[in-house]
Design a protein around this ligand. Structure first.
Ligand SMILES: NC(=O)c1ccc[n+]([C@@H]2O[C@H](COP(=O)([O-])OP(=O)(O)OC[C@H]3O[C@@H](n4cnc5c(N)ncnc54)[C@H](OP(=O)(O)O)[C@@H]3O)[C@@H](O)[C@H]2O)c1
Length: 269
């Protein structure tokens, strides 16, 4: 074995991971039953991690877990409203009992209920969006990261949005909560880095899911996208899964506090 391979093998041993595998790792993916969260959960389970997928609709989660049944890692559903603290506590307790302490946390669930003119946004919409898009990630971090710190290993992946990097028209609340998540990612990364717990954010552009149907079903919006975006189409959830796998696994052990933009070049200009 050459010096280069030997170094990689030492690093992998040090971080407790094999070359292309998350075997033996426990992952928790909120919103893992459909869309981007499902694509991320798939890549993690395919790499051998045991994954708990969590969201409100149990039926949907169960059908995804069934679909993933032949992957190397196990997939288990858990019904949970991420805006409720007690649900999140139940989720982490369940995950730890089933698969052991969380090694990979993916904060992916979100809402965009506050869409509309800024002057018309209600206090209620702001508070609810904050609870789901920001506070849930903070609460899950508090419930899982102390055990990652004890084990000196862990990866947290926050699914933000390009709306958190540049303003989205009529998207005051969604944009500022995603901007908040990006900045929290950097603060968490600074605090947890010395314990080898990494925190990164992914910012998708327009990806074809239920969440964004308002945009990709709008022909005017799509016509504008086709003339302004270097890759002139919407993305697919599967095009986000790979970066999450990279951030979860042994290829990214020196990466933290970063924001990865996957947007067909929308923000390149
Ligand atoms: N699609 C895009 O163009 C795009 C662009 C940038 C960023 N993103 C981000 O990508 C992430 C995933 O969105 P997506 O596009 O994959 O949308 P999606 O297919 O609609 O998925 C959203 C997921 O969030 C879950 N969820 C919503 N509210 C929840 C709550 N209160 N508690 C628990 N789970 C909840 C949903 O499950 P239940 O309904 O079962 O609860 C669903 O699994 C979000 O953070 C979104 O902001 C998406």
């Amino acid at each position: 074995m050459g010096k280069f391979c030997a170094t990689i093998s030492i690093q992998q041993k040090e971080f407790g991971l094999s070359a292309h595998s998350l075997e033996g790792k426990t992952a928790l993916v909120t919103g893992g039953g459909r869309g981007i969260g499902k694509a991320i959960a798939y890549r993690l389970a395919e790499a051998g991690a045991n994954v708990v997928i969590a969201s409100r609709k149990l039926e949907n989660l169960e059908s995804t877990a069934h679909e993933f049944r032949d992957l190397p890692g196990k997939t288990a559903p858990f019904a949970c409203h991420v805006g409720r603290k007690s649900d999140l506590e139940g989720l982490v307790t369940y995950t730890e009992k089933l698969f052991g302490p969380v090694d990979i946390l993916v904060n992916n669930s979100a809402t965009n209920i506050g869409q509309g003119l800024a002057l018309e946004v209600s206090d209620e919409a702001i508070l609810k969006t904050l609870e789901i898009n920001v506070l849930a990630a903070h609460r899950l971090i508090k419930l899982t990261v102390p055990k990652m710190i004890e084990r000196k290993n862990g990866s947290v992946i926050n699914v933000a949005s390009i709306a958190g990097l540049r303003p989205q028209p009529h998207g005051l609340v969604y944009s500022f909560t995603k901007a908040g998540l990006i900045m929290m990612t950097r603060v968490w990364a600074i605090e947890f880095g010395p314990s080898n717990v990494r925190v990164n954010a992914i910012c998708p552009g327009l990806i074809e899911t239920e969440f964004s149907s308002f945009f990709w079903q709008d022909e005017k919006h799509m016509a504008a996208l086709r003339t302004s975006q270097p890759i002139p189409r919407t993305g697919k959830p599967e095009e986000i899964g790979g970066i999450a796998l990279f951030l979860a696994g042994p290829e990214s052990t020196f990466v933290t506090g970063q924001t990865f933009v996957i947007d067909g070049g929308a923000t390149a200009k």
